[in-house]
Design a protein around this ligand. Structure first.
Ligand code: SF4
Length: 276
């Protein structure tokens, strides 16, 4: 019998400013910074596979949400953790802005990053400070400027057409089209050469009414867009935690492997790697 894979629950407390270090599939031992803690998930997307459930505040810009935390308490929490880890001689591979929502919506992201980098230099010099972003805010100049200062940028691209973008990522009303987002990613990669794409592939239990992105045509469209962006790497993975919508299911490792190799063939470069 074909058994359904076990999905993990999210262990992170949603109101923590700093969490971990967690052993990440992609970043090693990583200290997470959540600038969207408290008040429910604030995001410009409401992805069907999101591990944090439905988006509470679905917004297109920072100004549509009023309860942003100041930078100082966040930096204080980061320093407390870094000092403790340093005193305990713990290994740390990265510090990552990755929260319960979209980090680049945070209006003080650049100030927060600069503060974190100073703390990194003091306690863990050389460790990369990165960000996971859903790529939707890059057109905003303050976000572009801030992203330029991150050591690594891991940006979401898991759809290849406007139709699946709307069906899977479920963006807020005033978010740009997928093609515009891709153009922003091209510009960011040209300016930094530090963009990695993160591409989550899943299947739908009811593909006639609920979209997924595991089909051959969608993978081809994703590969075409990835080719234009020319990222450092494309991280291919699947759902490993309980998704927002019950029709979302992880795909099998062998199909994930095939997907990565298909993308590499289509773009004629070995950029897609599995993160199981
Ligand atoms: S962009 Fe990330 S946090 Fe926002 S809904 Fe999608 S998966 Fe969840």
């Amino acid at each position: 019998m074909d058994r359904k894979p076990e999905l993990r629950r999210v262990v992170r407390k949603k109101n923590e400013m700093v969490y971990g270090p967690v052993l990440s599939r992609r970043f090693g031992s990583s200290l997470g910074i959540n600038v969207n803690f408290g008040g429910g998930k604030t995001c410009s997307f409401d992805c069907v596979y999101c591990q944090y459930g439905r988006t509470v505040h679905l917004v297109s810009s920072a100004s549509e949400y009023a309860n942003w935390e100041r930078v100082e308490p966040i930096l204080k929490a980061v320093e407390t953790q870094l000092r403790r880890l340093n005193m305990e001689d713990r290994e740390l591979n990265s510090i990552t802005f990755s929260g319960n929502g979209e980090s680049t919506l945070y209006p003080y992201i650049q100030e927060a990053l600069r503060g974190v980098k100073k703390l990194r230099n003091k306690y863990y010099p050389g460790v990369q400070v990165g960000i996971l972003t859903n790529s939707s805010m890059i057109d905003c100049e303050r976000v572009f400027e801030a992203l330029m200062e991150f050591d690594s940028i891991v940006a979401k691209l898991d759809v290849g057409s406007q139709e699946t973008f709307v069906g899977i990522n479920r963006p807020a009303k005033r978010i740009q089209s997928l093609n515009e987002i891709v153009n922003n990613l091209i510009r960011l990669q040209e300016a930094t050469d530090r963009v990695t794409l993160q591409t989550l592939i899943f299947k739908s239990t009811d593909p006639c009414t609920q979209p997924d992105n595991a089909g051959l045509e969608e993978i081809k469209l994703i590969a075409e867009k990835a080719c234009l962006i020319d990222p450092k790497e494309i991280q291919i993975y699947t759902v490993s935690r309980h998704p927002s919508e019950s029709f979302v299911e992880p795909i099998k490792a062998y199909y994930l492997r095939e997907t990565a190799s298909r993308i590499n063939n289509l773009i004629d470069k070995k950029r897609a790697f599995l993160y199981l």
